[in-house]
Design a protein around this ligand. Structure first.
Ligand code: FMN
Length: 212
């Protein structure tokens, strides 16, 4: 008999393998949690490609591709640290510059930082909110990909993230919206956080109109 034919797995073995793969997928999906603090190592170039490819699978009404991600790592983080202090000092000029120095730590809080941008385009039938949601969905895909690769991720915003000066320092278009930063690295601790709330608190079924 042909060797290739004898090597074919039994249908039940194939089904078992598919079931194992499905289980592994859900184990990963359901065990994700945000990780903070983070340290090195961060994802490699090839791993970052996977993370961004996962982002680009997000749903996107009208195929507007609103996703704009800016990856900041290595030495560029020193410049980001400088920018963070500069913009905080410009926002609160009454305070001495030294009062903002602690912001530098943010730039070194993870080996890789991704600025999450949305290029919002005016389109009939596709409100801005949907375009922002698409970037949110892309970010969620990245968080899952980061977790699947064995790293930790944390999505953070704050006053700096919404400061137009930061947006322009990172070379976003003036019409883009900055939706925060995704910190990526290795979790310093493997501790589990609190459990999720019960599903029943968040999900209900609708059986049709009750008041007709
Ligand atoms: C859009 C957005 C912005 C966030 N900004 C912050 C933030 O600035 N600081 C913070 O501590 N958590 C922030 N979070 C929450 C954390 O990213 C994280 O979701 C939270 O700590 C809960 O962790 P979990 O993802 O394991 O449930 C933000 C979450 C989202 C979705």
């Amino acid at each position: 008999m042909d060797a290739a034919v004898t090597a074919m797995p039994e249908p039940t073995a194939l089904a078992d393998r598919e079931e194992t793969g499905r289980q592994a997928f859900f184990d990963t999906l359901l065990s994700r949690q945000s990780a903070w603090p983070l340290t090195g190592p961060g994802p490699s170039d090839a791993e970052l490609d996977l993370i961004f490819d996962a982002a680009l699978r997000a749903p996107d009404h009208g195929r507007l591709s609103p996703w704009r991600f800016v990856c900041i790592r290595g030495e560029a983080r020193s410049e980001l640290a400088e920018v963070l202090v500069d913009i905080a000092a410009a926002r609160e000029p009454e305070k001495p510059r030294s009062a903002h120095e602690h912001r530098r730590q943010r730039a070194f809080a993870a080996p890789v930082i991704v600025a999450l941008g949305a290029a919002v385009a005016p389109r009939a039938g596709i409100p801005e909110m949907e375009q922002l949601l698409s970037v949110g969905a892309a970010t969620m895909n990245m968080l899952n990909a980061i977790h699947a690769l064995g790293y930790g991720g944390f999505w953070a915003t704050g006053a700096d993230a919404y400061d137009p000066l930061l947006q322009s320092a990172l070379d976003f278009e003036p019409t883009d919206r900055l939706l925060g930063f995704l910190f990526i690295g290795t979790p310093k601790s493997q501790e589990r956080s609190a459990l999720r709330p019960p599903r029943a608190n968040h999900v209900r079924e609708w059986f049709g109109r009750t008041s007709i």
